[in-house]
Write a protein that binds this ligand. Structure first.
Ligand SMILES: [Zn+2]
Length: 279
């Protein structure tokens, strides 16, 4: 395997059912473009499936964890994943997976107050988030955070408080990634960076100029790109099923904002992604 990918899609879900028909074709397109990818676990079964993909393809990696949305049975859980039912984070189950060679991180885990914001639901999310932080610390793995607010960056603020409690501070390194960063607020972003986190942007930043100022103000040494495939394809693929090679459009947009070449941006984000995941 070439040691230098052109780009790395730091967050994708090729293990989801929606890719069952043409998964191999999509992965071969990545290979052709020398784009690596990290398939993110969203529950136990999808973590196993992410690992299986990583075993088969040397330029794919996996994370294991429980997405806050999968703590509840609900209609809005996206059917492109496949059949799922509510579960809680059980360390004894995940412990078998964390020892697999290509598992690079714990997550995606966190707080999704946009979808579930009753107090008992928030409490359940905090509890499972904390369990996964403890698990990641125990095995010295970075975290992939999923944070979605109901209002006033509530999920982000609470996550910061929880991370404070667990001792993440200005000495922390490779703490993890805040995936699909949507708190358009430099102070919040900087607070995560101080705690050793990287900030990952998906295709949504290509839709308009909403995130331009934030991206301009953030240090390139802390930025990652991702697709979150199959969701939120960047312009000009907006509305289609997303796939990892489209990460190039998101990288292009950041390069444009930063006023540097796509090649330079690609090189920097590859370096950052390899650093945080230790790959
Ligand atoms: Zn995701």
């Amino acid at each position: 395997m070439t040691k230098k990918p052109y780009l790395i899609d730091s967050h994708e879900h090729l293990q989801f059912d929606i890719f069952n028909e043409d998964r191999e074709e999509i992965i071969l397109k990545m290979k052709e473009k020398n784009i690596w990818g990290v398939n993110i676990g969203t529950n136990f079964d999808f973590s196993v499936r992410a690992i299986n993909l990583a075993k088969k393809w040397e330029f794919l990696f996996a994370t294991i964890g429980l997405h806050p949305i999968h703590l509840f049975d609900s209609d809005f859980v996206d059917k492109s994943e496949g059949e799922t039912k509510a579960e809680v984070f059980e360390e004894e189950k995940f412990i078998q997976l964390i020892k697999e060679e290509k598992v690079v991180s714990v997550g995606e885990c966190g707080l999704d107050y946009f979808h579930n914001n009753e107090e008992w639901q928030k409490e359940k999310q905090r509890e499972n988030f904390k369990k996964q932080i403890e698990f990641a610390k125990e095995f010295n793995k970075p975290l992939v955070l999923h944070l979605r607010s109901q209002k006033d960056f509530d999920a982000y603020q609470e996550a910061l408080e929880i991370l404070d409690f667990y001792g993440f501070n200005d000495k922390s390194e490779r703490s993890g990634i805040v995936h699909f960063f949507s708190a358009n607020n430099i102070k919040i972003a900087e607070n995560f960076i101080r705690k050793g986190f990287y900030i990952a942007f998906p295709g949504i930043i290509t839709f308009n100029d909403f995130y331009d100022k934030l991206i301009m103000d953030l240090p390139i040494q802390k930025l990652l790109v991702e697709t979150d495939s199959p969701y939120v394809a960047p312009v000009p693929m907006r509305g289609k099923r997303n796939e990892p090679i489209f990460v190039e459009y998101t990288a292009q947009k950041i390069a444009q904002i930063k006023n540097i070449s796509l090649e330079k941006l690609a090189e920097e984000t590859v370096k950052n992604t390899k650093e945080v995941f230790n790959i």
